[in-house]
Design a binder for this molecule. Structure first.
Ligand code: HEM
Length: 263
């Protein structure tokens, strides 16, 4: 009898331990404790109108309390269309019609998706995160859907492309340019042209970017190693002048920092 009781206690303990582990696993994989899940119908009540329980909006399925920004989102305000729903697409397109205020972000490019991520950073910083919206981006279990995972991959791709663009801009900063009917056009380089602060001035060149229809004016470093061979001590000391995508401006001295083209 005693042995039977002992076995019962052991089995109960094992069952209890298994339950604790299961709960721990659910907690780990599942939604964060205290994380609130909304269904769209519920979120739709949060439009900041009289009698509404609050003023919330969702972006990529993340729900924020935006009541401190009431003047933007309350009924009748310029961005009231964002309230009580997930209108992620309109954050990129600026289409604030009912057809545009939707959460479907398919077909947007990775750089457009990156804009959404920037909006999320904005809401994280300025408003209070209150939960997740069950639907396109989070399942009923509160976990990310494959669609959200795909969106996140696009964000990473967009971020990488943007970093690459920044690097390219540091290497070939845009020129200053002006035009008048009387004087014609003028392009020139300075240590701040293109909004890129640097310790060199450079000389104007046409840059032909792969895929771009027209070249644009960039400033090119004229001394030191080329950007492709920074660590090479035996360089030609011509900076990036020999880059094959560059072309000199006709009639302009190759090392002039300014080129003028009278009408
Ligand atoms: C894709 C297009 C656009 C989107 C998604 C968008 C979205 C928003 C949002 C969500 C806010 C509120 C931010 C907050 O909570 O503090 C806001 C504010 C504002 N937006 Fe836009 N906007 C867009 C285009 C524009 C354009 C084209 C202009 C100007 C011509 C503009 C001018 C403003 C101004 C001035 C505010 C601040 C208003 C204030 O502080 O009272 N927006 N925008």
């Amino acid at each position: 009898m005693l042995r039977r009781c002992g076995l019962g206690v052991v089995l109960s303990l094992v069952a209890a331990a298994a339950a604790v582990v299961a709960m721990w696993l659910v907690d780990w994989w599942g939604p964060r404790p205290g994380l609130r899940l909304f269904v769209p119908e519920e979120l739709a009540r949060y439009r900041g109108g009289p009698g509404d329980p609050g003023l919330y909006l969702a972006l990529l399925g993340r729900v924020y309390d935006v009541s401190s920004g009431r003047r933007h989102y309350e009924p009748g305000a310029h961005y009231s269309g964002f309230a009580g729903r997930d209108a992620s697409r309109a954050f990129v397109t600026g289409d604030f019609s009912e057809a545009g205020l939707v959460d479907d972000v398919t077909g947007l490019s990775s750089s457009e998706i990156l804009i959404l991520k920037n909006w999320i950073s904005f809401y994280e910083k300025n408003y209070v995160f209150v939960g997740r919206l069950v639907g396109r981006f989070y399942g009923e279990d509160g976990l990310p859907t494959p669609e959200l995972t795909q969106v996140e991959a696009m964000v990473a791709k967009g971020a990488e492309a943007s970093e690459q663009q920044q690097r390219e801009k540091g290497r070939f900063p845009p020129c200053n340019a002006e035009w008048s009917s009387a004087k014609g056009s003028r392009v020139w380089c300075s240590r701040k042209s293109g909004g890129v602060n640097r310790d060199w001035t450079g000389v104007p060149r046409k840059l032909y970017k792969p895929g771009a229809m027209e070249p644009h004016c960039v400033c090119v470093r004229t001394t030191g190693p080329s950007s492709d061979q920074q660590d090479n001590s035996r360089h030609l000391n011509r900076g990036d002048l020999d880059n094959p995508n560059l072309e000199e401006y006709p009639g302009c001295s190759p090392l002039a920092i300014e080129c003028s083209f009278p009408p």
